[in-house]
Design a protein around this ligand. Sequence first.
Ligand code: TXA
Ligand code: MG
Length: 328
Amino acid sequence: MNQMNRAIEILNSGGVVGMPTETVYGLAARIDIPSAVEKIFSTKSRPFFDPLIVHVADTSGLGGLVKDISPLVLALAEHFWPGPLTLVLPKARGVSDLITAGLETVGVRCPAHPIARELIQRVGVPLAAPSANRFGKTSPTTARHVRDEFKDQVFVLDGGACEIGIESTILRVGAESELSILRPGAISIEQISRALEKDFGSLCWVEVTSQFEAPGQMKHHYMPSRPLVVVTQQTSMAELCSALRQQLKNLPEQIEGVQILHPSKIETPLEITLSSDPVLAARELYAKLRDSAKESCDFLWIHWPHQLDDSNWSPIWDRLKKAASLII
Ligand code: TXA
Ligand code: MG
């Protein structure tokens, strides 16, 4: 049986499948089989308060999922789908609380990867899919990463390395068409404003700070299997090690239920370097975190030379600061 047919069979019989997308690999299940959706949570050890994104094959898939499709929502979908934009919208009654974590909204995205689109189309039902990693850990950007993560217990459709490499931009569209970025990604506020300004004039951007509206945006996430230190200043290795020794004393073992790794020694650091092009840096970020963590070293470190408010780099900074045990 070919790989696609096998994936369809597993999904139709209530299983989960590793699905390539252009952002990161997802762990997919049919939204209409509750036990399959539950399997996503148990496979990932993901808490039920963290809602799932529903993946559709095209804009028509929004129909049964959201309450109403305003001209603004339609314009967003037509402009950015298929692609790395998740829309958080008031949900239709039929969407289960398991998927939305009891929220009145649902996150929907149409991925651009041809294998994901064929899979969703042929299953004929939208697929819920979080990133295919254990809760709090680094997201996978190759099929091998997914197999390693779940010790070969999950069947993975191999679609090659992900082109974008970090998760989609999450955009919440409120009842009065107010817009909020819940997670930065490859699609920026500037691109969204530019795409909509002709028909909708200037948009109303609001900041969402409540954990209730943006659950799952914990302080720590994406963590590699060795402690990562992000260094935002020019320091010598001796200064870095000394600052690290000081700050480790106050570092808790856990934050918001996510384990924070501490280096057992501060002797052998391993430096990670990223491309100076933010598109390439995003593409390679998670693979570098995973591969470097396999090397023998006490901790990983990465120098961050960019301004913290540089919008070209903000999606990567968002991931790095959450992946880090410490920022110095
Ligand atoms: O690129 C992506 O978005 C990848 C690929 C697989 O599509 N998916 C992904 O899913 O990153 P996940 O579950 O790892 O991250 C989804 C985030 C979570 O932080 C969750 O809290 C948030 O989306 N989310 C989902 N539905 C939401 C909702 N209704 N309101 C607010 N946040 C929501
Ligand atoms: Mg994730």
